[in-house]
Structures are given as structure tokens and as C-alpha cells.
Design a protein around this ligand. Structure first.
Ligand SMILES: [Zn+2]
Length: 121
């Protein structure tokens, strides 16, 4: 994950691959080779496993399309998220097609209950 385009291997776990997930809907988006950064990214893990997910900074294809169509997404510091349709964003007079980073307390208060399809499962 170094910025020079090289993968620095982890001394014990090599390329240390982990699955990546969309920051909005939490669907799997691919695989990241964490290499020597594994312990920094997963300080509580002893080794790579299929349960770990690294948040992909880019939304998945489905969420990108929804944003292009005017949906607005909210993502809290602790990773919770939801999206609202363009019409709802316009009614609330907030920008459409944007991702807003919000504080956990804001999410506690504003996350819609129940039927939102992209909540944590
Ligand atoms: Zn997504």
C-alpha cells in the first residue's frame, strides 16, 4: 500500500491480501495487498483472514452510479452509512451527488431506521 507503486511484503504474511469493501454499501469491491502495512491497518489481528475488510476509498460501481444520478451519501466516523435519493436531498436543500462525512453523534440521530438497504448487515 506504499505510494511508490511497490508492494513491501510483510515479514510473516507476505503480500497479506485482504478483501476491500465499498465505504457506502459495504459490498466487496476486490482485494488489497496490504504487505508490511498489515499490522498498521489491522492492529488487533494476528494474521490476514477472510473476515477482514479494508474500506475502499472509492465507492463501488453501484454506489457510484447512484451518486451520478444525484443520490447523496452519509458516512460516519465509525463506518455506518446511508444514502438518500436525489428528490429527498433536494427537498432537504442539501447538495446532490455528494458524499458527506459525518460524526457518529450525527449518525446516531439521523440514520433512518430499518428498511435502508445499505446498512450494516
Ligand atoms: Zn457501494
Amino acid at each position: 500500500m506504499a505510494n511508490d507503486g511497490k508492494i513491501y511484503l510483510h515479514p510473516k504474511h507476505g503480500a497479506a491480501p485482504v478483501l476491500t469493501m465499498c465505504s457506502i454499501c459495504h459490498e466487496e469491491t476486490g482485494v488489497a495487498l496490504t504487505g508490511r502495512d498489515f499490522n498498521k491497518l489491522f492492529p488487533n489481528a494476528t494474521e490476514p483472514s477472510s473476515d477482514q475488510r479494508l474500506v475502499d476509498p472509492n465507492p463501488c460501481t453501484k454506489c457510484s452510479l447512484m451518486l451520478e444520478n444525484g443520490a447523496t451519501a452519509f458516512i460516519s466516523d465509525d463506518g455506518r452509512s446511508f444514502m438518500i435519493h436525489k428528490a429527498a436531498a433536494e427537498r432537504m436543500e442539501i447538495p446532490t451527488g455528494k458524499i458527506f462525512k459525518v460524526e457518529n453523534a450525527w449518525m446516531d440521530k439521523n440514520q433512518p431506521p430499518g428498511d435502508v438497504d445499505n446498512r450494516d448487515k
